[in-house]
Design a protein around this ligand. Structure first.
Ligand code: SF4
Length: 193
C-alpha cells in the first residue's frame, strides 16, 4: 500500500480505544522523502494534546544531539518520527507514562517501514531498541547504547533525551563525547544544506 493511504489508516486507528483513558490520537510524522527516522517509545501527554512529536524540552535535547534547529526538525521532510506506539498510553500511578502497547508495532510498524526508504533509524530507549536491534534483547539500555557501533550504518541506539535521563548522561559522559558528535556528522551529511 502506498504511504498516504497507510497514514490515513493509521490516523483512523482506534484499536486501543477500550484500554486507554482517553480517545486515541495517533501521532506519526513521516513523508515519502523521510530518510532519517526517529523511533521513540510513545507520545507523551503534551504530544497527545498538540499532535507534534518532540515539541518539548526532550525534543530540544534531541535536536542538540542531532545538530538541527526546530525549523529543520519540523520543516525538512527527510526527518521523520514514528514511535513504537503512535498514541499516548496514559500516565501510570507513579507519574510516568505507561509502556507502549505492543499491539501498535504489531499492527503498523513493519507495514510503515516497508513504505519508507529510510537510511538511518535512531532508536530511542529500550522498547525501540529491542524491536529494531536483535542484539538489544536481554541487554540494558546502557549496554545497548554503549555498543552503538554494532548498529551501524543503519541504526543508532540513543537514551531518551528526557530530563529524567540527565543523571544517566552525567554517569555516561562517553555518550556526549563519542555518540553525539558522530550523530551530528551523519545527520549533517543527510540533511545539511
Ligand atoms: S496506539 Fe497504535 S494500535 Fe493503539 S490506537 Fe493508537 S495507532 Fe492504533
Amino acid at each position: 500500500m502506498p504511504l498516504e493511504p497507510l497514514l490515513a489508516e493509521i490516523a483512523a486507528c482506534r484499536a486501543c480505544a477500550g484500554e486507554l483513558a482517553h480517545e486515541p490520537r495517533p501521532v506519526v510524522r513521516v513523508f515519502p522523502e523521510t530518510r532519517l527516522l526517529i523511533c521513540g517509545q510513545a507520545p507523551g501527554r503534551r504530544v497527545h494534546e498538540r499532535g507534534l512529536p518532540f515539541d518539548d524540552p526532550s525534543g530540544d535535547r534531541l535536536r542538540d544531539w542531532l545538530g538541527v534547529d526546530r525549523e529543520t526538525f519540523y520543516g525538512d521532510r527527510r526527518i521523520g518520527v514514528a514511535a513504537m506506539a503512535f498514541c499516548f498510553p496514559g500516565t501510570d500511578p507513579k507519574g510516568g507514562d505507561f509502556p507502549p502497547p505492543p499491539r501498535c508495532a504489531a499492527l503498523w510498524r513493519a507495514r510503515l517501514l516497508a513504505e519508507l526508504r529510510v537510511e538511518l533509524i535512531l532508536v530511542v530507549g529500550s522498547y525501540a531498541q529491542q524491536w529494531h536491534m536483535p542484539g538489544a534483547k536481554g541487554r540494558s539500555m546502557t549496554d545497548t547504547v554503549r555498543a552503538w557501533r554494532e548498529g551501524l550504518p543503519n541504526v543508532i541506539p540513543l537514551p531518551h533525551p528526557s530530563w529524567r535521563n540527565t543523571a544517566w548522561l552525567r554517569r555516561n559522559p562517553w555518550f556526549e563525547a563519542e555518540v553525539a558528535p558522530y550523530l551530528r556528522a551523519r545527520v549533517a551529511a543527510m540533511v545539511g544544506a
